[in-house]
Ligand binder design. Sequence first.
Ligand SMILES: Cc1ncc(COP(=O)(O)O)c(C=O)c1O
Length: 326
Amino acid sequence: MMLKSKVDLGFFPTPFHKLDRLSERYEGYEIYIKRDDQTGLASGGNKTRKLEYLLFEAIVKGSDTIITSGAQQSNHCRQTAAACAQLGLECHLLLGGNEPKEYEGNLLLSKLLGAKIHFSGEQRKGEGENQLKAELEKKGKRCYVVPYGGSNLTGALGFVNAAKELKKQLIELNLQIDYLFFASSSGGMQAGLTLGNDLYELNSKLIPIRIDKEDFRGKALEHQVLSIVHEGYDQLKIDKKLSISSVALDHSYDSQGYGVVSDNELMAIDTLAKEEGILLDPVYTARAFYGMLDYLGKEKIPQGSKVLFWHTGGFPAIFSKLGKSS
Ligand SMILES: Cc1ncc(COP(=O)(O)O)c(C=O)c1O
């Protein structure tokens, strides 16, 4: 697996540390956090890791223009815009909805970072990418499409590498993580961590919290995750197949729908901010963190467990009207 075929876009390893006050509050658990909110790329986030591999591929292919898509408050799009600025690539973003009167949060930052923004109405998952690509190619641009959320095997390599990074940190601390919680939305992080958990023997149970209750292009997200994982095994010539249930997401916390901020997310933001001085984003990490607190509060996992929350960033969305993030 070509873990070295990447450009450098962030500051790694990201910090790993214990949440002391929260561990006291949830007695019987040791709670740790992995700080991908600190990757450094125009306020950080998990997509930095994927973009290191995707944009390397784009450059190797001779592309000068990058196209990607997402919601208006997409952290993926904001980080893509920043990475393109850093690498001197032209960046086009296809963002759901109509142009707002005021630009806020990630949308404001994407614009500031020089991205050319196209509003795509109802569609926020890259449905119009091929048409835009054809139009730009007619103008002589050499386009590379970063898939929705950066989620294909190339992007997922960022999280295979992240598992290797975490393993090193854990060895230094002589620590074993039993349960690893994170927000899963387009599935690339989950696929990469599934492969990395296996390859680097983290021996952690992954608990991906589902953020977006809609299916992904007509299929449950689990199918997308599984197909990336199997492609990874094929590339590594590992003769292994996982069952769909082994990549199941926890669907218990997404009933409000994508980007709707309920009391759950507000409680999660408030708790981590006031107990530990760490900011969550309202769409992804708040939902996943709430899920983790629910597991701990209801003892859905055994007392004595060592638990890790993988903070995937996204805090610029705090500076947009909460609950209006798509
Ligand atoms: C802050 C944040 N966390 C988690 C995720 C989910 O990562 P993935 O799309 O790889 O499932 C995203 C994706 O947009 C995100 O922006």
